[in-house]
Design a protein around this ligand. Structure first.
Ligand code: BES
Ligand code: MN
Ligand code: ZN
Length: 505
């Protein structure tokens, strides 16, 4: 990777440090065969206490522990390891998300340790593999920290997690835990990319990262530079890039299953490496350092590809990452400029800060031309999605209930929640332009919908669902499986949708 020497980027800098420190997760038959520093025991707020806990409910409650989800109680005693009660709430309400969150709470309560074990006395009606997957994900995701540029990181990396699932099939649980390591690793790769400062990860850099990941995880990577983008007619990506000192990159990814393909899904990610707003400059605000995460969609698409071979995905998956920063300069695109998208649609630029839809339009046109069975796009697209749904839910909007249904099911399974907003055609006329086929700016209301209506112009008849992750891309604080900073939202969801994708009959 070539580096700008002026930025004095450390020679050993990595854009995906999480890859070098993936914790090991083992499903064991008995705890204590290998050294661990802490043992957690899941405790529901009702029913009988797990065997071996000598603190009755009354004593627990006296100590301030009520077994509510997210709570923990460390029981100090002279000998090691430390025993930690981990609240799981009412037995009847404990689902996979609850298991994931409980493992996250335990891993955080023991963040000074590298080696921890968690005993789950009952997984209720959950499948052993699903339960172990959720537990592995919870522990790994909760202990994520972006430490790459700290000389003396404060946090201890997680090295090993042991899981003891009473009464569950151990082979199935082991397979599930392995699956969880792969999905959590993917989410952490996405987080690494989004947390990396914009000067350390340019469009050319993320393309280099994609090439390296492709070689390691078994997918093809094709990188398109400025001249190739000109040849393809990608006027959206080129227009947004025109103010930048950095070259743009479109990165095309392709996973081909070893056997018969169950279907072909296209994934498109917004990769704005930094969004200054361009000539429609954003006001200076410390919050805008979050605009380094404006490539969170592309990061999650790329990260999802790292899991496909390991999880024996049966679908063909093609990805498009649309990468550039959005900068003001003497060469920048201006209000009133008209850009020509791949396929010929002309677009009048009424606001250079509505750049996401401009880079996405070229990729959606290409995906549509490619004849994929469905398109799922993911983008930190509008402040309106954040306003409407807050930081906990992403907006899903599309032209096809089946594809939207697949996204909703994956969102539920991964606890990366979505809420559907309408593709209200009544608002389409807000995108009319006096000089071009389309305007890139809608009216003051329903901004997530008008942005989606813009994208809809480029997907043709292809079944399509759009994820607006402006709200969910980052978390202000540690919160269950989300660690402070970039959340990696979308990586696990996209893996879940893509790996067994089948077109609707
Ligand atoms: N990247 C932003 C959207 C965003 C906002 C992401 C907050 C994460 C947090 C996007 O490019 C943008 O600037 N959108 C504008 C669109 C408007 C000019 C139509 C917005 O939402 O204000
Ligand atoms: Mn913008
Ligand atoms: Zn943006």
């Amino acid at each position: 990777m070539t580096r700008n020497p002026v930025k004095l980027i450390p020679a050993d800098f990595s854009a995906t440090p999480s890859l070098d420190s993936v914790p090991e997760v083992a499903v064991v038959a008995e705890l204590g065969e290998q050294h661990v520093d802490a043992i957690g025991v899941l405790v529901t707020s009702d029913g009988t206490l797990p065997e071996g806990i000598d603190l009755d409910r009354e004593a627990q409650s006296f100590a301030g522990f009520d077994a509510k989800p997210g709570t923990t109680l460390a029981l100090p005693h002279a000998s090691r390891p430390l025993i930690v009660l981990v609240g799981a709430g009412p037995t009847g309400e404990l689902d996979l998300a609850g298991l994931r969150n409980a493992a996250a709470a335990f891993a955080r309560a023991t963040s000074r340790f590298g080696r921890i074990a968690l005993r789950v006395p009952s997984i209720g009606s959950a499948d052993a593999a699903d339960a172990a997957q959720a537990l592995a994900e919870g522990a790994i995701l909760a202990r994520y920290r972006y430490r790459e540029l700290q000389r003396k990181p404060k946090d201890r990396p997680l090295e090993r997690v042991e899981l003891l699932l009473d009464g569950a099939d151990r082979a199935a649980a082991s397979a599930g835990a392995e699956h969880g390591v792969v999905t959590a690793r993917a989410a952490n790769i996405s987080r690494d990319l989004a947390n990396t400062p914009p000067g350390h990860l340019t469009a050319t850099d993320i393309a280099d990262v994609a090439v390296a990941l492709g070689a390691r995880f078994g997918f093809e990577v094709e990188v398109f530079d400025r001249q190739q983008l000109i040849d393809l007619g990608c006027g959206g990506l080129l227009g947004v890039n025109s103010g930048s000192a950095e070259e743009p990159r479109m990165v095309k990814l392709r996973y081909t299953p070893p056997g018969d393909s169950s279907g072909h899904v296209g994934l498109v990610g917004k990769g704005i490496m930094y969004d200054s707003g361009g000539i429609s400059l954003k006001p200076s605000d410390p919050m805008h350092l979050l605009m380094k995460m404006d490539m969170g969609g592309a990061a999650s698409v790329l990260a999802a590809f790292t899991a496909l071979r390991a999880l024996d995905a049966t679908a063909t998956v093609t990805g498009w990452l649309m990468c550039t920063d959005n900068m003001p300069s003497g060469s920048a695109y201006k209000l009133g400029d008209v850009l020509t998208a791949r396929g010929g649609t002309t677009v009048e630029v009424k606001n250079t800060d509505a750049e996401g839809r401009l880079v996405m339009m070229d990729a959606l046109a290409l995906a549509n031309e490619d004849g994929v069975d469905a398109i799922i796009d993911i983008a930190t697209l509008t402040g309106a999605a954040l306003m409407a749904l807050g930081p906990s839910l992403a907006a899903v909007i599309g032209n096809d209930p089946t594809t939207i249904g697949l996204v909703k099911a994956a969102a539920a399974a991964t606890d990366e929640p979505v809420w559907e907003l309408p593709l209200e055609r009544k608002y389409r006329k807000q995108l009319d332009s006096d000089v071009a086929d389309l305007s890139n700016l809608g009216g003051p209301y329903a901004g997530a919908t008008t942005a989606a209506l813009f994208l809809a112009e480029f997907v043709g008849e292809t079944p399509w669902a759009h994820l607006d992750i402006a709200g969910t891309m980052q978390s202000d604080a540690d919160d269950a499986w989300r660690s402070k900073g970039a959340t990696g939202y979308g990586a696990r969801l996209l893996i879940d949708v893509a790996r067994g994708f089948q077109p609707a009959k």
